[in-house]
Write a protein that binds this ligand. Structure first.
Ligand SMILES: [Zn+2]
Ligand SMILES: [Zn+2]
Length: 409
């Protein structure tokens, strides 16, 4: 039996206990910052496995350390812990004990997978060369937990070379996917400020047109139909995807006249950081060629916004690690299970895993949770959110394999 067959065997052995664990988390969801019971369950589980455990980091954060022989790399796996406030009667047998708090973002599944990986790798401890850190992070939903753990000294306690994490997605169960760079488009507000001319010169209309011209997808394009995201020809899994190299512009501009200035603000999205960073430069170049050149004061990204802003934590995967990770998992589990993505999903999702990626190169995976035949659609934050628990088995297998391989490099 190879080591990876042995990993799959171990997952089969512990699978029923992991399902019970997931249903226990699901029954007892806790909001951001209130994950006390959840942290206690995790702490007990990790201690029973014999890991070194640290708790109370950045609130209810927990870290488990699995040491191999110390000659390999140090790899971190992160799972988020909090649930959502949503008023609904969860109709599952293992429903929440609260009417208004639910694990409708799948973090119960994420924690279970992380504990399953820990269990699996402890069982294969003699094959682990490096060190594996299991980070259980509170308060993901409000983007506070990752920063809180870092500010509380997490990276003095542990010093990972690489970090990985996953999120349940509406893809079919059994699939895992990722890509270099952004998984989701970044959204930012940009404000152009001019000195207001004494007479009407058409400046406001000109500025709105400048923004509109940035958009490189036509209104009638297939780009706008999100069903095309999964299309085999033009969807995000095809190298020829249409969800690539794009800028979109929201046309509900905000215009403010004050102190002799005119400020025009628009919300733009971009499929990569390089494209986003190029937008103010493009705008400035065009204005410099126009008759409004002398009136321009500045072009700025909004520092803090309401819905979307620089406070959004946008995933940015390390290009080399992302490619290697998908290759490693597809070699063991097949390239119909571990798939590279090429397109960037044009919605405003984020995850404060991004704040760990600011400090440590890492990769965030999308893990399939839907089972369309059974009517299970794993769309996070939707009222009908359900997860096929087969995703726990898939996740524990894929990521145990990945972490073991990475620590041995
Ligand atoms: Zn969420
Ligand atoms: Zn989530």
């Amino acid at each position: 039996m190879t080591i990876h067959q042995s990993i799959q065997h171990r997952t089969d052995v512990i699978f029923d206990s992991l399902v019970r664990l997931r249903r226990d988390f699901h029954r007892h969801p806790e909001l951001s910052g209130e994950e006390g019971r959840t942290a206690a369950v995790i702490t007990n589980y990790l201690k029973e496995l014999g890991l070194e455990v640290y708790k109370g980091i950045g609130g209810h954060g927990v870290v488990g350390v699995l040491r191999g022989d110390g000659t390999g790399k140090k790899i971190a796996w992160r799972a988020d812990m909090d649930a959502l406030s949503m008023e609904v009667n969860d109709d599952q047998l293992f429903s929440s004990i609260h009417n208004d708090i639910h694990h409708f973002c799948g973090h119960d599944v994420h924690m279970t997978i992380a504990l399953g990986i820990a269990n699996n790798l402890v069982h294969h401890k003699e094959d682990i060369k490096g060190t594996v850190f299991f980070i259980f992070q509170p308060s993901e939903e409000n983007y506070q937990g990752a920063k809180a753990m870092i500010n509380d000294g997490l990276l003095d306690l542990i010093d990972p070379d690489e970090i990985y994490g996953t999120h349940i997605s509406p893809m079919p169960v059994g699939l895992v996917a990722s890509k270099p760079g952004f998984l989701f488009a970044d959204y930012k507000k940009i404000t152009i400020t001019f000195r207001e001319p004494a007479q009407e010169t058409g400046l406001e209309a000109y500025t709105k047109e400048l923004f509109v011209d940035l958009q490189n997808r036509k209104d009638e394009s297939s780009f706008w139909d999100t069903r095309n995201l999964m299309d085999p020809e033009i969807g995000i899994g095809n190298p020829k995807t249409i969800f690539h190299d794009y800028i979109t512009v929201r046309s509900d501009f905000e215009v403010i006249h004050k102190d002799g200035d005119i400020q025009v603000t628009s919300m733009v999205s971009a499929s990569s950081k390089a494209i986003m960073d190029s937008i103010p430069i493009k705008l400035r170049d065009k204005i410099n060629e126009s008759s409004y050149k002398a009136l321009l004061k500045h072009i700025k990204f909004a520092e803090k916004g309401l819905l979307y802003s620089t406070q959004r934590a946008n995933i940015q995967n390390d290009p080399t690690l992302a490619k290697n990770a998908i290759r490693t998992m597809s070699e063991i589990y097949g390239d119909d299970h571990a798939i590279p993505l090429y397109g960037v999903i044009p919605d405003g999702r984020g995850d404060d895993f991004a704040y760990f990626q600011d400090k440590i190169p890492g990769v965030y995976f999308l893990l399939g949770g839907s089972n369309f035949k059974k009517g299970i659609i794993a769309m996070p934050h939707s009222l009908g959110f359900r997860v096929d628990e087969g995703s726990i088995k898939a996740g524990v297998n894929y990521f145990s394999t990945l972490l073991l391989e990475q620590t041995n490099k």
